[in-house]
Structure formats: structure tokens, C-alpha cells
Design a binder for this molecule. Structure first.
Ligand code: GLN
Length: 551
């Protein structure tokens, strides 16, 4: 029987519940345990794939092609284990399934209700992730904050769950905030209230993790223990961290791993080995070479929209000893103004993915700047499509070349709808999603970066490069160095006669791990460091990239 840890949140949202759950996953995995993770999101969307980044931030894509919550990206990056579709549950999925069963007559005449039908469905999904991911322990993050109406069925389900599987197999962790008031004191009252709300539902937390701007002292710990009926040792202090990657070590030092192992009697756990993680944090702290990478997006006021991209840039930069700054550049601003000032002085440019016409011309402009000024440039999905559009416009001498996503009547549709998308009407879950193979051309930048002839990468798109334009763009210096195995679909475009100018139809950022940066990001950062040095910017030379195991 696997063990289950439920992480609930109190007082406010945005306390870092996802990072905390992911960090707990890491410190348990460091004990040799098979850890699975599950995020339960209490909204009615079936998945976040149809939501605006303003609502939701990034949509994280799994190997098996699910469009999921960005916390799953944290789980993969921290635990270093691929999650699956089963790792993200939403109220929309639960209701879909319950209603389908009702229509089939599976409930045999019963009145279908939140308790037990919805709660049973939630509990079944918790068991499913344990089964499918062959877990010894499942870390379940309950989305939302205790007190939300939407979260109630989930809290009821996890309350029942403990009775179903036995007390010894379940641990409840409650993450709360200690706000600092004008007198300078940290206050425990909101935590007492949120624990009281939980207890009213029938859940007594075993562990309280107190978020605050500083470590909490013993007085506060004892006060929380007393009022929340938790052992003083089980009140864990989680102050603001210097980096999200510092959180696993902080929680380990605070004793969380030991508490979970002991409370759950996890006999298979060995002594924790966090040496790789410690080396990572030392590498981050030791990164000295200044490097500025521009990320040209249209949601720059919302960096979460490009979370995995920024993390992938950081992973590769840290491995190269670079203290990297990700400079957010507004593609709409670039589009409107005549100058290219925001792009000047960058050591590298990333043009990330996106949907819809807004801000596109700014991304095309950034692609042109990168190509003409020989700045290392990495295009991701729509970013690669913008590189293609830019070169086609130059080659044809007309600004009419475009993607049919942005101009349905363009005379030069260099990017066009995938044939299998022509009859697709529904928006949810219908793109080309998840892992597909890509065959690399020997000797190309792509092949040299990966060091292998065929790779699997994750996708999320409806449009593709139009093969009718292959010859034209090849005659202008572009090579199509990554193709689907049948040779039909362009997965990678690059310009060999350039320090680094490469775009991928897929999203390599989803597979980058802090301890195993993605090969293409490593090559991109390598080129950016050389570019910075040739411009006299990175005086402190990065002699060569540290040799890290790659994916
Ligand atoms: N909108 C483009 C397409 O659907 C690119 C998608 C993306 O960047 N993820 O093909």
C-alpha cells in the first residue's frame, strides 16, 4: 500500500504550495522512494489548455500530451521524474466523468450527488496516480485555499481517504502564512483560523508549514503547536528563499523529510542523498559571469506565462557559470516603435511560443535583429515560426509572407495549418500534443548539441512549416535539420552561417532540469557567452561549459 501526503493551503494563495510540494517530493526521492505527484485544481475547466495565460500562467505539457498546471513543471524539475496525464486533476474532469457514468446508467438509479459520487471519483483518481506511476508515496497538492467553496469536495474526499486506507498511510500538511503587521511582529492568528476551518471539515493537520519573510522562532512554533494541536517539532519554518531551488535543502534541514518518513513508517526510506542538489545550489550561488538573455513575449508583465522557458535558460546558464538575467521584452512595444533599443546589448534572444496575432510583428522584428546582427537566437514553437516568416519576407522582398494563423489570406503561407487539424473544431486538447520523435541531420548544430541522431520532444501546436517554401528558404541559408521520421514535418530550422540561430517547432524547455540542462539551451548559452565575450561584456571568461550530464 503506497503512502499519501496531502498538502493544503491556508490564509492566502501564492505561498508557494507547488514549490513546497515539489521540494517535499525531492527530499523523499533523495531517500530512494518512488514519488508520484498529483495536483488537484478546483476549477471547472477540464484542463488549463483553453485558459488565457493571464488566468493561469504557463500551460505545462507532459510526455503523454496533457495540457496541465504549471506546478507539474515544478514537480518534474524538482523530483526529476516525468509525470503523466494522471498527475493533474480538475473539477471539470471529475464532473465529466461522473456525468458520463450517469448517462451510461452506471449509478443504477441512484441520485447522483457530490458525496459520495464526486468524492469517490476524486478518491479513485488519487489511487490511479499511485497505481500508474508505481509510487511508494504520492504527494497530493490540493489547489486553492482552505475556505474556498470550490475546494470543499476535495477536502471531504481527502478526509474520507484517511479512513479508507488507514491512518498510518496518510499525512496532512497545511501550508500557511504568518503575516507581519505594522508593529513588526509575525502573527499566527490567520493560521489558527485556517487550521480551525480544516478541523471543522474533519481534517487535523499533522504538520504545519509556516511561510514568513524570516525564519520563525521557538515561541511562535510553540504557539502554533498549542493552538493548532500539532507537535512543536512538526511546525516547520519556511522563510522566503534565495532561490526556489534552495527550498528542498531548507525543508530537509528543518526536519520535514524525517517527520514524513517517521509519521508514515516508510520502512523503505534510506538516508537522504541530496549531494546532487547541494552541488546544484552551489553552482547557482557560484555563478559569476554576467549574461543577459532577452525573452521577447507578449505576457511580460506575467513571467509565469514563460516559466519553463526562463527556468531552462537559467539551468543552462548556471551550468556555464553564468549569473544570468532574463530580460523581459514586450513584443507589442517592439512592434509599435521604430527603434530596436530593447534588443541592443543582449547576449542572446529567446523568442518563445504563443498564440494569436497580437505581438507577432515584434517577434518577427526580434528574429530579424538576431539574424542580421548575429546575436545568438533561439526560437521556440511560435518563435521558430517567426524566424521562418522573417526570412521568407526577406527572401521574397515582401511583408506579405505570414502564417495563416495571423493572416488567413496571405499570398505566401509559409506557416500553415497541420493537415490533420483541418477538421478540428474543438479548442480543448486538440492540438498536436506531447512527445513525438525528431530525426536530426548529422553535423547540424542540433545534432551536435544533442549528440544523438533521434530525439523525443514535447509539442503543442496546430501550425507547421509549409514545405512548399523549403527550397526558397534553403537558398537563403536556412537548413531544416530536424524532421519527423517520415521527413514531412519540419521540427528544427537553423542557419548554419550564424553563431547560433535555431528554432524548434517543439518545446525543449519542458524537458530541461536544473541538474540536467537541455542540450539546445546549453548550446544557445554557450554561443551567448562567446558573443558576450566578443563584445567585451563577459570579461570573466567562461573557458568552457562545465561537463554536466545532459538529457
Ligand atoms: N500558435 C502556433 C501554433 O499553433 C504556435 C504554438 C506555440 O507556440 N505553442 O502552431
Amino acid at each position: 500500500m503506497p503512502k499519501f501526503v496531502f498538502v493544503t493551503g491556508g490564509v492566502t494563495s501564492s505561498l508557494g504550495k507547488g514549490i513546497t510540494a515539489a521540494s517535499l517530493g525531492r527530499i523523499l526521492a533523495a531517500r530512494g522512494l518512488a514519488v508520484a505527484s498529483l495536483k488537484m485544481d478546483p476549477y471547472l475547466n477540464v484542463d488549463p489548455g483553453t485558459m488565457s495565460p493571464y488566468q493561469h500562467g504557463e500551460v505545462f505539457v507532459t510526455e503523454d500530451g496533457a495540457e496541465t498546471d504549471l506546478d507539474l513543471g515544478h514537480y518534474e524539475r524538482f523530483i526529476d521524474r516525468n509525470v503523466t496525464r494522471a498527475s493533474n486533476l480538475t473539477t471539470g474532469q471529475i464532473y465529466n466523468s461522473v456525468i458520463a457514468k450517469e448517462r451510461r446508467g452506471d449509478y443504477l438509479g441512484a441520485t447522483v450527488q457530490v458525496i459520495p459520487h464526486v468524492t469517490n471519483e476524486i478518491k479513485e483518481r488519487i489511487h490511479r496516480v499511485a497505481r500508474e506511476q508505481q509510487a511508494e508515496i504520492v504527494v497530493v497538492e490540493v489547489g486553492g485555499t482552505v475556505g474556498d467553496i470550490e475546494s470543499l469536495p476535495y477536502l471531504e474526499a481527502i478526509r474520507q481517504f484517511r479512513n479508507d486506507v488507514g491512518k498510518q498511510n496518510v499525512l496532512y500538511i497545511h501550508l500557511t502564512l504568518l503575516p507581519r503587521v505594522a508593529t513588526g511582529e509575525l502573527k499566527t492568528k490567520p493560521t489558527q483560523h485556517s487550521v480551525r476551518d480544516l478541523r471543522a471539515i474533519g481534517i487535523q493537520p499533522d504538520v504545519v508549514i509556516a511561510r514568513a519573510d524570516e525564519p520563525i522562532d521557538d515561541d511562535l512554533r510553540e504557539k502554533i503547536a498549542l493552538f493548532c494541536d500539532v507537535k512543536a517539532d512538526n511546525v516547520i519554518s519556511e522563510p522566503d528563499a534565495w532561490s526556489i531551488y534552495g527550498v528542498p535543502l531548507m525543508l530537509e534541514d528543518a526536519g520535514l523529510g524525517k517527520i514524513v518518513v517517521e509519521e508514515l513508517g516508510l520502512s523503505g526510506a534510506r538516508e537522504p542523498d541530496l549531494s546532487e542538489w547541494k552541488a546544484l545550489t552551489e553552482r547557482i550561488r557560484g555563478a559569476r559571469i554576467p549574461l543577459t538573455i532577452g525573452l521577447v513575449g507578449k505576457y511580460i508583465e506575467l513571467p509565469d506565462a514563460y516559466l519553463s522557458v526562463a527556468e531552462a535558460v537559467r539551468h543552462a546558464a548556471w551550468a556555464a557559470g553564468c549569473d544570468v538575467k532574463v530580460q523581459w521584452i514586450d513584443s507589442e512595444h517592439l512592434e509599435r516603435s521604430d527603434d530596436v533599443e530593447p534588443l541592443v546589448g543582449l547576449d542572446g534572444i529567446v523568442v518563445p511560443g504563443g498564440f494569436g496575432y497580437r505581438g507577432i510583428e515584434g517577434k518577427v522584428k526580434a528574429s530579424r535583429f538576431g539574424r542580421e546582427r548575429r546575436v545568438p537566437t533561439l526560437g521556440l514553437c511560435m518563435g521558430m515560426q517567426c524566424m521562418v516568416i522573417e526570412l521568407a519576407r526577406t527572401a521574397l522582398g515582401t511583408n506579405d509572407a505570414n502564417s495563416t494563423e495571423f493572416d488567413a489570406f496571405t499570398p505566401h503561407p509559409v506557416i500553415d495549418l497541420l493537415p490533420e487539424q483541418r477538421d478540428v473544431g474543438d479548442k480543448g486538447g486538440t492540438m498536436r500534443l506531447g512527445s513525438y520523435p525528431c530525426v536530426l541531420e548529422p553535423g547540424s548544430v542540433a545534432a551536435r548539441s544533442y549528440g544523438q541522431p533521434i530525439v523525443l520532444e514535447r509539442h503543442r501546436h496546430r501550425f507547421e512549416f509549409n514545405n512548399a517554401y523549403r527550397d526558397l528558404l534553403q537558398s537563403h541559408g536556412m537548413r531544416f535539420t530536424g524532421l519527423s521520421p517520415d521527413g514531412r514535418l519540419v521540427e528544427i530550422a537553423e542557419i548554419p552561417d550564424h553563431p547560433f540561430y535555431l528554432g524548434t517547432q517543439y518545446h525543449p524547455e519542458f524537458k530541461s532540469r536544473p541538474n540536467r540542462p537541455h542540450p539546445l539551451f546549453i548550446s544557445f548559452i554557450d554561443a551567448a557567452v562567446s558573443f558576450a565575450r566578443s563584445n567585451g561584456r563577459a570579461a570573466e571568461a567562461a573557458s568552457r561549459l562545465q561537463e554536466l550530464p545532459t538529457l
